[in-house]
Design a protein around this ligand. Structure first.
Ligand code: PLP
Length: 387
């Protein structure tokens, strides 16, 4: 869409207003061809040769996500993990990397294994503490600082602008896993990040019906070209049907995220100071560490992810947490987040012994159902779990 500069809500609702020129269709066709015709003089004037490298299904979704993140370019991948891992694979053996102690569990596990094999020097730090980041960073040797905010599943908030300043002063790039914030409430590039990553499986797709990932860059530089080459050569490209589903989901991104944010704030407030809940972890609660930073860098909401720590008579609440998960009727006991349906999960069963997650913690992904229904279901489950 050309001038005037439309608001992000408008860009998303019309998926940039593109139409298919050959049919005048307002939603894109699903192109399934894996290969493209070469011109008689041996050139590829279409700009397309083979679908692993460049697929017409990528174009609209990548352009829209780049616009929402205020980046120069976006690149889709077959999953969030397939988007995140090349950012580390583009580094060289011996490079030093800072990553958070509290972060998406699968990526932390992969990173520690890959670092050992590839010779990356990965150091896990309290990323929400700028003094700790400053103390750990090695000017000239640290090439990448990886941030996740709010971070799974304690919702630790990291100050993107402050961390970017520390990274850049040391000659390092800052990458942000912004999956749980979504572009509706945080634009990391505008705060100084160089790369933004999303598991588009979550809010961007929004319907728990596809796996996808995306990277967005502030500028098309050497590092971005290395990431492009990794996508083509590793082959972790997104399928045409998933591109279609992602674009369809993106059109309602703002409505979904705002509804879920509003409900999450209500649910967090309701269970804060609840007799059967030891603690509610949510960046939107005034007493939460990081709330002031969240107020500055999250706009119009604090996300739809929260965790509750369940009180129990014995075993520090673990048994009561698992029993609560067993008693929910409306919430779905499942991993993942960012769908229309609310999900709940006992995280320490998933993450195992090396995780920073307390055993009494339930992670909640708030969907777009009625908030009173969600509160009532959790109330009855907490009560029944005590019997
Ligand atoms: C789900 C998730 C990922 C991984 O994405 P997949 O699409 O499952 O590969 C990475 N980071 C965060 C914060 C996530 O929630």
């Amino acid at each position: 869409m050309k001038t005037p500069p439309f608001k992000p809500e408008t860009l998303a609702a019309q998926a940039l207003g593109w139409i298919d020129e050959s049919t005048r269709a307002v939603t894109p066709p699903i192109h399934v061809s894996s290969t493209y015709l070469r011109d008689p003089d041996n050139l590829y004037r279409s700009g397309r040769m083979y679908a692993r490298a460049d697929h017409p299904a990528f174009d609209q979704a990548e352009a829209l996500i780049a616009a929402l993140e205020q980046g120069q370019e976006a690149m889709l991948f077959a999953s969030g993990m397939a988007a995140a891992t090349p950012v580390f694979q583009a580094l060289s053996p011996g490079d030093h990397v800072l990553a958070p102690k509290v972060m998406y569990w699968s990526l932390r596990n992969w990173l520690l294994q890959f670092a050992a094999q590839w010779g990356l020097k990965v150091e896990l730090v309290e990323m929400n503490d700028p003094a700790a980041v400053q103390a750990a960073i090695r000017p000239g040797q640290t090439r990448l600082v990886w941030v996740e905010t709010p971070a799974n599943p304690l919702w630790t908030v990291t100050d993107i602008a402050a961390t970017a300043a520390i990274a850049h002063a040391a000659g390092a790039r800052l990458a942000v896993d912004s999956t749980t914030a979504s572009p509706v409430i945080t634009q990391p590039l505008a705060l100084g990040a160089d790369i933004v990553m999303h598991s588009a499986t979550k809010y961007l797709g929004g319907h728990s019906d596809l796996l996808a990932g995306v990277l967005v860059t502030r500028e098309d530089d050497d590092f971005w070209q290395r990431l492009r080459a990794l996508r083509v050569n590793h082959g972790g490209t997104l399928g045409a049907f998933e591109c279609f589903l992602l674009l369809r989901g993106l059109r309602t991104l703002f409505l979904r995220v705002r509804q879920a944010n509003t409900s999450a704030q209500r649910i967090a407030t309701h269970f804060d100071d609840h007799p059967l809940v030891a603690q509610v972890l949510y960046p939107g609660l005034p007493g939460f560490p990081g709330h002031e930073i969240a107020k500055r860098q999250m706009k119009g909401g604090f996300g739809a992810m929260l965790s509750i720590r369940v009180r129990g008579a014995s075993a520090g609440g673990e048994a009561a947490a698992i029993a609560t998960a067993a008693e929910v009727q409306l919430w779905k006991r499942a991993t993942s987040l960012g769908g229309t349906e609310s999900l709940l999960e006992h995280r320490s069963s998933v993450e195992g012994p090396n995780s920073p997650v307390p055993p009494d913690l339930l992670r909640l992904s708030v969907g777009i159902e009625d908030a009173d229904d969600l509160i009532a279901d959790l109330e009855q489950a907490l009560a029944r779990a005590q019997r």
